[in-house]
Ligand binder design. Sequence first.
Ligand SMILES: C[S@@+](CC[C@H](N)C(=O)[O-])C[C@H]1O[C@@H](n2cnc3c(N)ncnc32)[C@H](O)[C@@H]1O
Length: 438
Amino acid sequence: MWGQRQERGGGESAAVVAVVTEPRFAQRYRVYLEQQRLLDRRHRVERLRDGSVALPVLGPTLAEQHLRELRERVAPGSSCALARLPEPAPSKAARGCPPARRLCLEVSRWAAGRGVAWSAQLEADLPRSWQRHGDLLLLGEDCFQARQWEGLQPELWETVASALGGRRLAKRGRVSPDGARTPAVTLLLGDSGWVEHVDNGIRYEFDVTRCMFSFGNVTEKLRVAALPCAGEVLVDLYAGIGYFTLPFLVHAGAAFVHACEWNPHAVAALRNNLEINGVADRCQIHFGDNRKLKLSNIADRVNLGLIPSSEEGWPIACQVLREDAGGILHIHQNVESFPCKNLHSPGSNTVEEKELITSQGGNGATKDSSRKILSAATKPEWQRWAEFAKTRIAVLLQQVHGKPWKTEILHIQPVKSYAPHVDHIVLDLECRPCPLVG
Ligand SMILES: C[S@@+](CC[C@H](N)C(=O)[O-])C[C@H]1O[C@@H](n2cnc3c(N)ncnc32)[C@H](O)[C@@H]1O
């Protein structure tokens, strides 16, 4: 393979070498080079300016040993020489190869044309995966870190974008731990980081360099869209650009959403997204730290979509719940668990879990699926964390409202694997004030 050739070459230049001859001998040369497994199929056979034909070869040193054979026996009387191709073009086959491979081919070819010695180190420094937002490609943080890339921009970025079929390029840094989940994304190519996604009939527009986006939350967005929220007032404590606020409004039938968000760029996107989806009149944005929210006693449902934990928002979630009727909290959390041993398939729950499942029946998260979901695969660590949240929130509700409350685990929803042994889950917790006795 080409990549392996580079590794063995230990930093040898990736410039493509070709056997050059007259057009009338090109076909015979091609057949011979193919038989000898010398023809480089990743690059196109080219007609050079002087009219001669260049057939890219894999092993220049090896090919050199065949020149005499070509000249004297394969096509007697032909002229035959080795030459470097300054701008070798990828073949049709290479263009149809996996994107990461194509990226490697095109960047190495481009780099070689600029005298950069290609090496395994550079190859390993290329991105293996990326997010595609329309024509904008968002690269991860662990690529293009080698010093050799310096001074090659912006042409390098043009080559990368074109190899991956995009026009704009951005690169992710670490999500800053500032609570705003600022993505620290740098725009490498293009004038604007604004992108558009259409998801489940909802349009989301945002600036990838300023707002976070998780493709992994798709299942939760769909679940939220199917929740029976007709006529309900909702508080979305971590609204972002509206990933949950919008499905609640557009599909779940929420009467009104109070959307809290402290990142001004996310607020700008949220405002725009409410408008373009025609639901701005049913949403109030509360810009600022939700822990200072002035609302209380209004919500039928509260969404707490912050990971790794939304625990800091639990007191305010309790404050906004309706005092007379209570409501449901959707609490996101990253939960650590140990490999495999704890995953139970349906029907294989422990006695302890079966009891939990039985005691939780009744109020499903969606209209009719609670029993099915409750008996789906789960992990004891999720249950333990859910029990902790249930108890803690009952205490907070009593403190905030000055009377006893009952909390019930309705459902635990896995969203995605966040990291090895860390799952992003959502707990649906029903919270009701206890009826007064006597
Ligand atoms: C996980 S992100 C986006 C949430 C959105 N639900 C999603 O899944 O895409 C969390 C959002 O909460 C906002 N946020 C975090 N802490 C906050 C706070 N104390 N007050 C208001 N907004 C906050 C961040 O700015 C960020 O946009």
